[in-house]
Design a protein around this ligand. Structure first.
Ligand code: ADP
Length: 723
């Protein structure tokens, strides 16, 4: 079979069909057995008014409690107005006064709600609140802001707007934000607990980004096949990208479903509306005595919603006794991953066929799902899935999925049918016994369109050395013609310092005061010296060779030499050295914290605190950490490779005002790293005003999925033949 060009593929004819005829060894699809077993649970009823009132009262009650406690503490000190020493302990006069200011406004505003019941109840609570506020105002000489100007807070009670509080004078907003922070005990797993004892007493707004995307005229049915999905099954950026892209396409009016293995380790409480949809017998073979044995694996299909995205979860049924997708982690469980993902691809296609779905686009991600492209065109098109076109996104060429031909039988199809140079034969194994298949190659050949996650990485795989063993495939004219780079975005709602509940104080580019509190919070929690003047350099990463391990280590020592602080959060198969450093050399160090594990909650606290986010990767298809860091007001220091070069412009190389957003270096040696890191550390200390401007500009930068989503939708439309 010859690989066909994109135009011919869009027409839906050609060598795929010919290949199907020429592949007699492919197993036939048994008729799927669809058996809905349980009706969907009724959707949650909307909160009755009384429940809403009770919730709002609860918030008021909590705020009142906090104020009472603070008043007690204040009485004990004898002179509340001078009690500066306890400022970061949550009981100080300034914080309490600020809380009182904000709460007074909230209480006064809550005294006149629409619902009579709430008015009565809130009025009862408002009296002590006002009393407390008055006491604090008297003690500190601070006037409570006018209640009439207080805007509504989303959860009911009214709080003053950040601008009003800030207008009260220098430091007023910081003091207000500080009220209610649950300052951590050093050395505890503080990131696992809520960072506040009370809601933010100030309306900080929603910050920039995340505007509603435009609705598209044509509604496309898009089905993603993926091994990761944030936040429930996230190991790295793949999970973020699938969730972010799915959410923005849903917002543009498309019909999006994500197919995900039902890993045993998925957090059940994050699977909203989980229900069993059907059972299926999925074709699954094995090689025995030199011959393919065909069989089936009983499969259970579930549906749920995750972060607003409809998800279909597939796993072998409990009765099958299969160990696939069992264990405590996403990758590296006790089962054979090749077998598991081949089975997942087949199960996904079987589910689509059994459910009568008519997707326009099958969007596949990474080698784990590439077999779905091969099986779709050979076994499912034009019947039972007549209309779909296939888009493959390569997130990283580091792993391309090498599979023995006999192993491919786990997909229910004979691998020999794909073992030709023009299909999926791994060219570096030619002449070996046995020759192998390469899943990424198969995906590239069989997809209608191929994307990778940044324009620079696309150039690197098409023209540079990043293609590795797939160089031959990526030099084919028809492959080049259908391959392009689309720069990832980040989910501006999920990653938003204005709303992130994991931050002790929220902030925006307009009101950045909370960032300093986030830094102090992290420093205290990690046992670092609480100095606002030390530049805090953060690295959040998988610890694998790709990420420039030697440069991360060099940056640690350099940051210390230059008077900064270094915080690492990372794990991976190269984390041994950092574990040793964490346990011995830097244990209890006042300026270094090495955290060798995975924690999204801690990552958020780190982004919120960071002055610099360092990404010194050897190669980086796109990279999200530099963008997340920017969104949280950090300044990136990156090596110019792949998407890092596409997203960060050195402040010294900027040709237009506002273009520079970080510090960039080129080489892979320590000297090159220092050429960028040293400048960043010096600028932080020598020119705080310019640094603050840079930080705010980064918070406000457009990094969302908007532009990328428009490109993906354009690509989907082109793939299905719509101009
Ligand atoms: P990659 O996909 O190569 O791992 P990206 O920069 O594209 O790199 O995405 C990394 C994502 O994983 C980011 O969301 C980052 O915050 C997150 N991440 C990486 N390591 C950790 C960790 N140890 N704990 C929490 N989040 C992590």
């Amino acid at each position: 079979m010859r690989a066909m060009g994109l135009a011919a593929q869009q027409a839906g004819a050609g060598p795929r069909v010919a290949a199907r005829r020429a592949a007699p060894r492919l197993a036939q699809r048994p008729r799927p057995r669809a058996a809905p077993v349980r009706p969907a649970p009724a959707p949650a009823a909307p909160l009755p008014p009384m429940a809403e009132l009770a919730a709002q009262l609860e918030v008021l009650r909590r705020e009142n409690e906090l104020l009472k406690r603070e008043l007690e503490a204040l009485k004990e000190t004898g002179d509340g107005a001078q009690a500066q020493g306890a400022r970061r302990g949550g009981g100080g006069a300034e914080a309490a006064a600020a809380a009182a200011e904000a709460a007074a406004a909230a209480a006064a505003a809550a005294a006149a709600p629409a619902a009579d019941a709430l008015a009565a109840a809130a009025g009862a609570l408002a009296a002590p609140l006002k009393l407390a506020a008055g006491a604090f105002a008297a003690a500190t000489g601070t006037a409570a802001p006018a209640a009439a100007a207080a805007p509504a807070r989303r959860d009911g009670p009214r709080v003053p707007a950040a601008a009003e509080v800030a207008a009260a004078g220098p430091g007023a907003l910081t003091r207000a934000l500080e009220a209610g922070i649950a300052w951590p005990e050093p050395g505890t797993a503080f990131w696992e607990a809520p960072p506040r004892t009370a809601p933010l007493p100030v309306d900080i707004g929603r910050g920039s980004g995340g505007a509603a995307p435009p609705r598209d005229a044509r509604r496309l049915r898009v089905v993603h096949f993926t091994a990761e999905l944030a936040p429930i099954a996230k190991v790295g950026g793949l999970g973020d990208v699938v969730t972010g892209l799915a959410r923005v396409c849903l917002a543009r009016g498309h019909d999006v479903t994500v197919l995900l293995p039902y890993y045993e380790c998925l957090p059940q409480d994050s699977l909203e509306g989980l229900r069993h949809v059907m059972d299926l017998a999925v074709p699954k073979g094995r090689f025995w005595d030199g011959a393919m044995q065909n069989g089936t694996l009983e499969t259970s299909v579930f549906s749920a919603t995750v972060a607003g995205v409809p998800v279909v979860l597939l796993r072998p049924s409990a009765a099958s006794g299969s160990g696939l997708f069992k264990g405590g982690r996403i990758y590296g469980g006790g089962y054979n991953e090749t077998e598991a993902y081949l089975y997942f691809c087949r199960a996904g296609l079987e589910y689509l066929a059994a459910s009568g779905a008519t997707p326009d686009v099958l969007h596949l991600h990474e080698w784990q799902t590439c077999a779905a492209a091969m099986l779709y065109w050979e076994l499912y098109h034009p019947s039972p899935l007549p209309s779909a076109r296939v888009v493959l996104t390569i997130h990283n060429m580091d792993n391309t999925g090498e599979v023995r031909q006999d192993e491919f039988a786990a997909s229910g199809a004979d691998g020999a049918a794909f073992a030709t140079i023009d299909k999926a034969l791994d060219e570096r194994t030619i002449g070996h016994n046995p020759e192998r298949l390469n899943m990424m190659k198969g995906g590239i050949v069989y997809a209608n369109a191929v994307t990778t996650v940044s324009p620079s990485y696309a150039a690197e795989i098409l023209n540079g050395g990043a293609a590795g063993w797939l160089r031959g495939t990526l030099t084919r004219p028809e492959v080049r013609a259908k391959t392009r780079g689309i720069l990832n975005g980040i989910d501006a709602e999920e990653w938003n310092p204005a709303t992130d509940a994991r931050l002790p104080a929220n902030y925006t580019s307009e009101f950045p005061e909370g960032k300093a509190l986030c830094k102090a919070f992290l420093q205290r929690g990690l046992g670092l010296s609480e100095s606002p003047d030390k530049p805090l350099v953060a690295v959040v990463t998988r610890l694998v060779p790709q990420k420039g391990i030697h440069l991360i280590r060099a940056a640690l020592y350099r940051t210390l030499e230059r008077g900064g602080q270094f915080v690492l959060l990372g794990s991976g198969h190269c984390d041994g050295e950092f574990r040793r450093l964490a346990e011995h050399d830097f244990r209890g160090h006042p300026d270094v914290s090495l955290n060798i594990f995975y924690s999204e909650a801690l990552s958020r606290a780190i982004y919120g605190a960071a002055d610099v986010v360092l990404v010194p990767s050897m190669f980086e298809p796109c990279g999200l950490t530099q963008m997340i860091g920017m969104r949280y007001g950090a300044v990136p220091v990156v090596r110019r490779t792949g998407g890092l070069g596409d997203t960060v412009t050195d402040v010294a190389a900027a040709t237009e005002p506002g273009e520079g957003n970080g510090y960039v270096f080129d080489g892979t040696d320590e000297g090159s790293l220092f050429s960028a890191l040293d400048r960043a550390l010096s600028d932080f200390s020598s020119d705080p005003a310019t640094w603050a401007q840079l930080s705010r500009a980064n918070m406000a930068a457009e990094l969302s999925w908007g532009a990328a989503a428009a490109e993906y939708v354009g690509l989907y439309n082109a793939a299905v033949g719509v101009a």
